[in-house]
Structure formats: structure tokens, C-alpha cells
Design a protein around this ligand. Sequence first.
Ligand code: I3S
Length: 127
Amino acid sequence: CPSSPTHPSSPSEKCGVLNVTKITENGKKVRKNWTSSWTVLQGSSLLFAKSQGGGTSWFGSHQSKPELSVDLKGASVEWAKDKSSKKHVFEVKTHQGTELLMQSDNESLINEWLHAITEAINTHEDM
Ligand code: I3S
């Protein structure tokens, strides 16, 4: 993965395109807006940028800045079968009260992401 503009010195652990929507922001329910997002896991941060033109880099179609970043310290993640009609959906709940759904039709890819995020949460929980 390329380094992100916000963390140029640290390499990303995982990156790729996933479908993402916020469902809660600061504890308040918000309307779903599924978006194909270039997703980067870097340390305890999960960063999202709009995926364009295949979405293989941060700098691809003038995309230079993440649109959303969440802190995984104190977050939780679990499968969310009943929160969407889509398959392979998991939910990330942050300590700050943001809830996201993340989805891919590719089952092994979504499994990898769930494991990577679980590991990031566990690695950073006491820091
Ligand atoms: O959980 P919901 O409300 O059934 O989610 C669907 C809606 O957000 C829908 O948009 P509208 O707010 O215009 O009805 C979306 O297009 C759907 O994708 C959402 O459901 P899924 O099952 O795809 O998460």
C-alpha cells in the first residue's frame, strides 16, 4: 500500500476498495449512503477516500485527502448480518460514537479486513 497524505512516513498495513457507509455519527443515527471507498488501515487509523477510476492509489483521480478517518482505539468490530440486505457486512463502532458498515461481495477479502481491523483494535487498545 502507498503511504497516505496524512501519514506520509508510516506505510499502510492494508488498503483496497470496499463499500462503506456511516450509520451513526457522534451517537446519532444517520442515513445510509453506501460508497465505494479506497480504504486504508494504518496503525490505529482507518482512512477512507472516495474510490475513482479503479481506486488503486490515493493520488489516482485528484484524490489527495481522506474524506473520513476513524480512530480504532477502543473500537469494536463484528459481523452485522441484520443491518443490511447486502452480504458480507461488518460493523465498526468507534469509541467516539461513529458506526460504520463495511462490505464486499468478495468473501475472502472481507474476511481479511475483519481480521486486520480486529488485530489493529487489539494491538492499540492500551495505547
Ligand atoms: O437499512 P435501510 O434503511 O434499509 O438501508 C437502505 C437505504 O439506506 C437505501 O437508501 P434510501 O435511504 O434512499 O432508502 C439504500 O439505497 C440501501 O442500500 C440501504 O440498504 P442496504 O440493505 O443496501 O444496506
